[in-house]
Write a protein that binds this ligand. Structure first.
Ligand code: AGP
Length: 610
């Protein structure tokens, strides 16, 4: 989704904003722009397309000249991607420039009102109304005009504002959209996420809902909705800048696939002490768990897929019914929940609009909420009753890899912990599972050796021209298939479908014809013979089968056209190792098809609108 960077200090703002915008590219965008105050006037340069075009128009950041500015990457919601619809938008008198993330829901009514008053609009965006409204509301005090603006606009937003009448200042507000203030020495920043400013500072303040920040080079003032000055605490983000750079890898996605041994170690190691699991002190009393009639796991996309893996694991070991739901469905289903259900909310970014709405709804209905989140201090992390950070580090590629596997690892930790308290699994079995979990990073490292990766790359190249691919599996393998199909779809644009293997014969098998590729996941020994029949059903219709199997099930190779074996592991934790294979497969198919792997078309990293 859209990204914001803003700067006030003593340096030329444009190059700082250009490099900040590049760090926001991963969020997904279709145009970019910047506005800078110079000699009491606001200069704007913007362009449809990639930041490279903006870089050319600004002569590599040499213009516009000035030390106070705002920059934006736009992901179109209202109005096509074009120069004129790009941000910043400027008020008719040229005194205000704004950048906006989110949606102004009542923009049409506000626009008509302003048009009646003689205002004209250049763009088709909802955002331009903010600039014109500020012009209309300004009576000499920018902060007061912003407060009046907040009373009028409805929707979700983070907004950066320049006012030519206060040329050393920059303003920011937010509601249901992320925005942080970066604190430097003799300079300050606003950013939609700290990746945009982390090369300049590690000290951040999270702007609260409805608060107004007024930044100059040497100070930041925060106001509440009644314009009282308020104090805000800062926090330190210890993400190393190199972790937000490609470090020699051709794509962030590949880098992040290779970071998985460390990421999973960071998720689990601090929480396993002498074989016992401590979830950062989160207290689950036996009496509370006994009172539960079920667990709801809620997320979107890959986070939802991780949830389905978690559902299998928790149901099996905790004997608690688990319902896994897409957040976008959950929020409009009038969910039957309350204090007798635990709600587990999963989100890498911690800002996904549907997931955040699901969290709020579950809380409102009296359910205890536990968030599994990567981004520290994100909205979901702040609002949940308890939070279990995945500690995966910055994930830049739109297609999640380490974000997903660390979520699965966190769910395993949760399942083992709950089973221990409930006494639903023998101690010996829980120790085995804990050990298996601790061994996952080592096993992924084996998978990341050149030979193993090379064999996946060869198969991916061989099948890269297929237009339709099925992923099938049973039980937890079906859950892993869902994620494998999504990975392939989103980065290679190949149509892929995941099917519970037993469902094939209920319809989908009609699509199997000579050469149709099916990836069959065969890691569940108890379901081996069932999968064998499903694979034969595909082969006998001249479909091509590529099996991803555990060592114990490798005899499936005689029924398949090709096979990739995952390292030996307990069947209950195989989805993490299967995921690595399917991520690499999708990556190399997309690379062969010359796709924009880190920023696939139409997709955004963090989906902060419904
Ligand atoms: C996965 O590769 C996706 N890009 C997407 O499905 C993602 O998992 C989903 O949008 C949820 O994001 P979140 O984890 O940040 O909430």
């Amino acid at each position: 989704m859209c990204g914001i960077i803003g700067y006030t200090g003593k340096r030329q703002a444009s190059p700082i904003m250009l490099s900040g915008l590049k760090r926001l590219e991963y969020r997904g965008y279709d145009s970019s722009g910047m506005a800078v105050i110079h000699d009491g006037k606001i200069d704007v340069i913007k362009s449809e397309g990639k930041i490279k075009k903006l870089e050319e128009k600004t002569d590599g950041g040499k213009k516009p000249i000035g030390t106070v500015g705002i920059g934006h990457t736009r992901w179109a919601t209202h109005g096509v991607p074009s120069d004129v619809n790009s941000h910043p938008h400027v008020s008719r008198d040229g005194d205000f420039a704004i950048v906006h993330n989110g949606i102004i829901e009542n923009f049409a009514a506000l626009k008509s009102e302003l048009m009646r008053l003689g205002y004209t609009f250049k763009s088709d965006t909802d955002s331009e109304v903010i600039a014109q409204l500020l012009c209309h509301l300004f009576k000499g005090d920018a902060v007061k005009a912003i407060r009046e603006l907040l009373k009028k606009i409805k929707g979700s937003y983070s907004i950066g504002i320049l006012c030519a009448k206060t040329p050393d200042r920059l303003y920011a507000v937010r509601k249901d959209n992320p925005l942080v203030i970066g604190l430097g020495k003799g300079e300050n920043f606003i950013a939609s996420d700290f990746a945009a400013a982390i090369e300049h500072t590690h000290d951040f303040v999270l702007l609260g809902e409805g608060e107004i920040a007024e930044l100059s080079a040497d100070s930041v003032r925060y106001y509440d909705a009644d314009l009282n000055l308020i104090e805000k605490d800062s926090y330190t983000v210890d993400w190393d800048i190199s972790r937000a750079e490609k470090s020699g890898y051709p794509h962030f996605m590949l880098k992040e696939i290779y970071e998985q041994p460390k990421a999973i170690t960071d998720t689990i190691r601090p929480r396993i002490q002498n074989g016992n699991i401590d979830l950062d002190g989160i207290d689950f009393k036996k009496s509370y768990l006994d009172s539960l009639i079920g667990v709801d796991i809620v997320g979107c996309g890959s986070a939802y897929h991780a949830g389905i893996v978690g559902k299998h694991f928790i149901e099996k070991h905790c004997r608690l019914p688990v319902n896994c739901e897409l957040a976008s469905e959950y929020i409009y289903s009038d969910p039957i929940t309350g204090s007798n259900r635990l709600t587990v909310i999963i989100s890498q970014s911690g800002e996904t609009a549907d997931t955040l709405a699901a969290l709020r709804l579950a809380k409102k209905k009296g359910s205890r909420t536990l968030a599994i989140v990567n981004v520290v201090q994100s909205a979901i992390a702040r609002e949940a009753d308890d939070v279990l950070y995945t500690h995966a580090g910055p994930e830049i590629a739109v297609a999640t890899t380490k974000g997903y596997t660390t979520q699965v690892a966190a769910l395993y930790l949760l399942g083992i912990k709950l089973a221990g308290i409930l006494g639903t699994e023998e101690g010996k079995r829980l120790s085995e599972l804990t050990t298996e979990l601790s061994l996952l990073p080592e096993k992924i490292s084996e998978q990341l050796k050149d030979e193993y990766v090379g064999s996946i790359k060869t198969l991916a190249k061989k099948y890269s021209n297929h237009h339709c691919v099925f992923f099938i599996g049973r039980g937890t393998d079906y859950a892993a298939s869902l994620e494998g199909a999504l990975k392939l779809k989103e980065i290679s644009y190949v149509h892929a479908e995941a099917y519970a293997a037993g469902e094939l014969k209920h319809g989908t098998i009609s699509l199997i014809e000579t050469g149709t590729l099916t990836l069959a996941l065969v890691t569940q020994s108890a379901l081996f013979h069932k999968m064998e029949s499903n694979i034969q059903a595909v082969s006998s219709r001249h479909g091509t089968v590529l099996a991803v199997a555990s060592k114990a099930n490798s005899k499936i190779s005689s029924d398949a056209d090709g096979m990739i074996c995952i390292p030996e592991c307990d069947d209950d934790v195989s989805p993490v190792l299967t995921a690595v294979v399917l991520q690499l497969f999708a990556y190399y198919v997309a690379a062969k098809r010359d796709c924009d792997i880190d920023q696939p078309r139409n997709l955004a990293k963090s989906v902060t609108v419904e």
